[in-house]
Design a protein around this ligand. Structure first.
Ligand SMILES: Nc1ncnc2c1ncn2[C@@H]1O[C@H](COP(=O)(O)OP(=O)(O)OP(=O)(O)O)[C@@H](O)[C@H]1O
Length: 302
């Protein structure tokens, strides 16, 4: 696969403070990569370097093979900021026409993007009447003008309701399927599950993880949560028998490693009709994120 974003040992210093520390990362055509990190981890600084607003202090950064900020790199990359703002008195179509002109892109192709992001029927309404979700979709349409090879999205779904988030990621997935490399930052961790191909985590300027979620889950070795509901009179005794802890009067929670899951489920199954429900929850992206960002570590009971 062609690397559209290539970062090799990139550093950025602000005086004596190193905000980005030897970050090496590749994002290929068609890939959706999420960048996570606490406030101040260095995500915005990395984005600014990709956009050519800041220069790396050390290392090599290339966008579609070109140095950020060069005419070729600027043509290849498109950016959607977290809080996108448009002139309220203009319609969606007028905004798109304006940006198409700025980018010297084909006007008809740019206007067709309004349909692609689901704004076809609202295209001739003033932006001042748009909801936050509609403005964000207009922002996405604007960012897609000229078919960028790299799409940078900064917290693209903040402030959107769950349905709008879902729709937003459906469009992102469609864009990636057409070959655009998507690199997005987010604080909303759980929403990224199944919507990104890889998760990169920054901590104090360093990249501490960069892999598909399933791989990060395996690397983190976090426990699986099994919740058992039963008609047992003595839930404490049940908890003791299963090696878990009592949640309430009828439920017990067990933490176990992935390789012991089947064994534990067999033991639960052997209790027969007394068991009324079983829920198996693998570690979530929040758990994995907390593990890599060094926030907490979950212990395992067995
Ligand atoms: N222009 C600057 N001058 C000095 N320090 C800066 C500058 N820009 C960023 N920093 C510092 O670099 C570090 C990384 O900041 P950055 O904005 O990249 O983090 P972030 O991960 O984007 O955080 P957030 O999630 O809050 O946006 C922080 O310690 C910040 O104070």
């Amino acid at each position: 696969m062609t690397a559209i974003l290539e970062s090799r040992s990139v550093c950025r210093d602000f005086g004596r403070h190193r905000a980005v520390d030897r970050v090496s990362l590749l994002v290929s055509a068609g890939e959706r990569v999420a960048l996570l990190g606490h406030n101040g981890a260095g995500k915005t600084t990395l984005f600014k370097m990709i956009l050519g607003f800041l220069r790396p202090s050390e290392g090599t950064l290339l966008v579609a093979g070109h140095p950020p900020g060069s005419a070729a790199a600027r043509r290849a990359v498109s950016y959607l900021p977290e809080n996108v703002a448009f002139q309220k008195s203009l319609t969606g179509r007028e905004i798109i026409r304006f940006y198409a002109k700025l980018k010297r892109a084909d006007r008809a192709a740019a206007e067709a993007l309004l349909d692609r992001v689901g704004l076809g029927v609202a295209a001739d309404r003033r932006v001042g009447t748009y909801s936050k979700g509609m403005r964000q979709r207009l922002g996405l349409a604007q960012a897609l003008i000229g078919a960028p090879r790299l799409l940078l999205l900064d917290e693209p779904t903040s402030g959107l309701d769950p349905i709008s988030r879902q729709e937003f990621y459906e469009i992102v997935t469609e864009i990636a399927a057409r070959g655009t490399a998507v690199f997005l930052s987010s604080h909303s961790l759980t929403e990224l599950e199944a919507k990104t191909d890889r998760v990169a985590i920054m901590r104090s300027g360093r990249l501490v993880a960069d892999a598909p979620l399933a791989k990060l889950r395996a690397e983190a070795g976090l426990p699986i949560r099994i919740r058992v509901e039963a008609t047992f009179a003595d839930t404490d005794a049940l908890a003791k028998q299963l090696g878990g802890s009592r949640v309430n009067g009828c439920a017990v929670e067990i933490l176990c490693s992935a390789d012991r899951k089947v064994e534990r489920l067999n033991a639960i199954g052997a209790l027969g009709a007394a068991i009324t429900d079983i829920d198996v929850t693998p570690p979530s992206l929040d758990d994995v994120y907390r593990h890599f960002s060094g926030e907490t570590d979950q212990g395992e009971q067995s």
